[in-house]
Design a protein around this ligand. Sequence first.
Ligand SMILES: [Zn+2]
Length: 216
Amino acid sequence: MLEISTDASSKNEKPYCLIGFVVLEDNSIIKKDVEEVDLSKEVIEKRINETIYLELRSVVFALEYLANNNSNEEEIKIYNDNTTVIYILNRLFRNKRKITKIEQILKAELKNAKDMISRIGTVKFKYINSKDNKAHKTLENYRKACEVYTKFILLRKWEEDIKDLKIENINEEEFIVTTIKGNKFRVNLENNMCTCKYFYYNRETCKHIIACKRYK
Ligand SMILES: [Zn+2]
């Protein structure tokens, strides 16, 4: 039996909109995959709830994998933690009296899903709560790796910016940092604080603090 967990990252994890799946064969993981989705254009054009859209995309992502790696499994179950997505997927092969608004908006994605299911065979869609969703953890790990990578790139850029900073010592622990553009920030090394925007939003060491520590 093949069981596939699918998931999408939630809204507040922006800017990393991720979709992913985990494939289990007789309870052992045989495949995991994660992909980033550029939400900006698609969701605005479609005017759809982005959670539903992303969760459906994660299922379609898993279906693509199945369609391209045709297994001979007779029983395939796909899990997702969004009830609406499971509902519309279970209606795919039914003769519907009425097409819902969401089905209308997601017409292209649903047609794509239907075509792939026809190639795969029988697929069952089941709801799972997010706590038991194995794809959830995979996305979480990937997101953390992205964050570490982004920070690494940022630090490399800072090294260049630091070379152009002018530092003025106003007392033992306080400094005025002037950037190449002429912006001035005040750094206090006693509290590890700076008046720049980066520090204001992230509450963590900025390039000005690093520069002052080196200067000192
Ligand atoms: Zn700063």
